[in-house]
Design a protein around this ligand. Structure first.
Ligand code: GLA
Ligand code: ZN
Length: 696
């Protein structure tokens, strides 16, 4: 990733914000950071007000002194552009920079991540700052990457955004006629005769007190527009930097499974993906792994930077629990196992005041280097040094992919009539979890990605079918691929307009069945709220059930009522008036098969289903063994990254108990430098990790 900068190990460090403290503290930092084996710091993420104290004055002197200090210590720099929090004087002088929120309120100055993306002031001064920074540091060789803005997020509904939205729509649709047709504006008399009649969809317009839009097509486009507007801010800064330093690498730190921005579109503009991971005590390891895979998948499986994690606690949960001894190391290896080639913390030293003063840091308020956290971080820094370049550059070689798509997420969760019990990522995670717990390598891909390298493609809730996707899916299956859909597949086109002919629309031939109705199931509850009215009464737990492989599994949330048109029925619903109708089908097309799962079920079901699919496709786990073989290694994650010369296996114990794993190859354990013979039992301490390199 950074070989051209002479980097031959996992870079290690994090956000360093010394603008908050005095010279003496900075002196101490320069002794302590090297002690912890920190070799990269992220600078200048929130310094705009200091860099530009007034409209025509730029002052980089303090940043220069920080850059000099860390450079003298041989550290690399991830250079921020500081544009995620603008100066107060700018908001006072140019209020167009302030956002209008969902409720329609013009914001005042405060907090961060708050610029209107279409504000002329923001667009001018953020780009100018990026350009000046690039000019100032063009010869600063230890800058390995530029960190533009920080955790881009949020939506603005101001008049500038509305105007820009209309331009965006003109560009997309060309004519109002087309827009009216695609949005079906004949509904509720919405026909637009002038572009200026179109307003932003917020609480003042299409969301009267509810959380679902009253005009889905418009809202969907506004979400796309909003994501694109903010992306344009990124692109403008990036271009300003690259205009000065043409081989500069640029990134921005993404967030997890984040709904607001279509990261797949963003990734095309980013050189190296990076993201911030803040697992809590109760976060399941499969969730973290999924988030890593999601980010890794954005750039075709290339390594990414873990830009932030806390060495200990966060400050933004109601209750911020400590990372237990060994947990930071375990989470770090999990990131590496799924593609991270740099590990960074937020942050190097705790703030002396402000919202984040109780957030964990390498150096806490005591300033000591013998705290548990400092000792763990230093020991891990030493370990990474020892691993050298061995973990770098490997990729996964997954034969199974899961499709995850942002516009699908937006459209599906924003329209009335879809059960509010379904959350798109949760349903995707059910499949991912089954694969993760069987240690099967998985790529997370988009609907536009190449399916042909996978033996199984799982497309849960494939609600929105974009142009040409059905044809590519048919081609994939015909050539021998295994494709899986679930309920809520094949409903709308990319503009949230219903596909013709009933569900599953254009996927009907692939699935070999049609869905006439879907029964949405209640949870066990003794009252419910409908249109703001509290309706008393008792609704029983209305789950249904189906029998698969001789086991009865629960059917939750939704049951499609299907009529097969050529598909084989593998399981039927057991109850209600549609008892006997298919719950799971399998249809053949050419050399391949399409599965359809007509309901949502329990973890046990997905695990059973995944095992059968993998057997059918001839896919094994990370050891290339049949999934069944490692069932007894519960709580152990096994992941592999590889290149032409070697495979690096990560054996991660997510439990507190000691575990044993049979390792099937000859290799070398890198953290302890010991040989491992094929068939040898490897012991993992509670939360322990082994990293075993196998030469090819
Ligand atoms: C985010 C931000 C950081 C910091 C951390 C705290 O990830 O990018 O600036 O606020 O959260 O957890
Ligand atoms: Zn705006």
């Amino acid at each position: 990733m950074f070989e051209h900068k002479g980097v031959n190990k996992i870079l290690y460090g994090g956000d360093y914000n010394p603008e908050q403290w005095d010279e003496a503290t900075r002196d101490e930092d320069m002794i302590m950071l090297p002690k912890a084996r920190v070799d990269m710091v992220t600078l200048n993420v929130f310094s705009w007000a200091r860099l530009q104290p007034s409209e025509n004055v730029y002052d980089f002197s303090d940043l220069d002194s920080i850059v000099k200090r860390v450079t003298d210590k041989g550290m690399k720099i991830c250079m921020g552009t500081s544009t995620a929090a603008y100066p107060a004087w700018m908001a006072k002088k140019y209020p167009d920079i302030l956002r209008v929120d969902f409720e329609g309120r013009k914001k005042k100055y405060g907090t961060r991540h708050n610029a209107c993306p279409n504000s002329p002031t923001y667009r001018k001064y953020s780009v100018l700052l990026a350009k000046r920074l690039a000019e100032h540091f063009r010869n600063q060789d230890n800058i390995v990457i530029w960190h533009i803005n920080n955790e881009y997020s949020g939506t603005c509904y101001c008049e500038n955004c509305e105007r820009a939205f209309r331009e965006w729509l003109k560009n997309k649709y060309g004519t109002l006629d087309k827009l009216n047709r695609v949005w079906n504006t004949a509904f509720w008399s919405h026909t637009f005769y002038d572009w200026d009649e179109i307003v932003a969809p917020n609480e003042l317009s299409e969301y009267p007190g509810g959380s679902k839009s009253q005009f889905t097509g418009l809202t969907l486009d506004y979400m796309r527009f909003s994501s694109d507007s903010i992306l344009q801010n990124y692109i403008d800064e990036r271009d300003a930097i690259k205009g000065v330093i043409n081989d500069a690498l640029c990134t921005t730190n993404m967030m997890n499974v984040f709904k607001g921005l279509d990261y797949r579109r963003w990734a095309k503009e980013i050189d190296i993906a990076s993201w911030d991971n803040y697992p809590q005590k109760f976060t399941s390891p499969y969730y973290d792994a999924f988030a890593h895979e999601l980010i890794r998948g954005l750039k075709g499986g290339e390594p990414f930077i873990l830009m932030e994690q806390s060495p200990s606690v966060t400050n933004w949960m109601p209750i911020n629990s400590l990372k237990r001894p060994g947990q930071m190391r375990r989470f770090s290896y999990e990131a590496m196992a799924h593609g991270a080639d740099a590990l960074m913390f937020f942050q190097m030293r705790q703030s002396p005041a402000g919202a984040e003063m109780y957030h964990g840091a390498l150096i806490d308020h005591s300033g000591r280097d013998d705290t548990r956290v400092f000792r763990e971080c230093s020991a891990f820094g030493e370990e990474l040094k020892k691993l050298g370049n061995a973990p770098l550059g490997g990729k996964a070689d997954a034969k199974c992919a899961i499709v995850f798509d942002w516009p699908t997420w937006w459209a599906l969760e924003d329209v009335g009539g879809i059960t509010s019990r379904v959350r798109y990522p949760d349903e995707i995670l059910k499949f991912y979890r089954a694969l993760f717990e069987s240690n099967v390598p998985v790529d997370i891909i988009g609907p536009e990605d190449d399916f042909s390298k996978y033996r199984i493609v799982i497309a849960p809730l494939f609600y929105m079918v974009g142009d040409g996707v059905k044809e590519r899916m048919e081609d994939y299956v015909s050539k021998g691929g295994i494709l899986l859909f679930t309920y809520y597949s094949g409903y709308v086109d990319e503009n949230a307009h219903i596909l013709k002919g009933g569900y599953p629309g254009c996927l009907r031939e692939l699935i070999g069945a049609r869905i006439e109705e879907s029964d949405l199931l209640y949870e066990d509850m003794d009252h419910f709220v409908c249109d703001g009215v509290w309706i008393p009464g008792h609704v029983d737990d209305m789950s249904n059930s189906f029998t698969y492989n001789g086991v009865e599994y629960p059917a939750y949330k939704i049951c499609d009522i299907m009529y097969v048109e050529g598909a084989q029925v593998l399981s039927v619903f057991n109850e209600d008036f549609y008892s006997g109708h298919p719950a799971i089908t399998r249809n053949s097309m050419g050399k391949g098969f399409t599965y359809y799962v007509a309901t949502s079920s329990s973890a046990e079901f997905y695990s059973d289903l995944i095992k059968n699919l993998c057997d059918e496709a001839g896919i094994g786990n990370a050891f290339d063994m049949s999934i069944e073989a490692v069932k007894e290694w519960e709580g152990i994650e096994i992941a592999v990254r590889q290149n032409d010369a070697k495979k690096v296996y990560y054996l991660i114990n997510h439990t507190d108990e000691e575990k044993e794993v049979m390792f099937p190859f000859d290799g070398e354990e890198l953290t302890e430098n010991v040989r491992v013979e094929a068939g040898q039992t490897v012991t993992l301490a509670g939360t322990g990790v082994k990293v075993i390199c196998v030469k090819l």
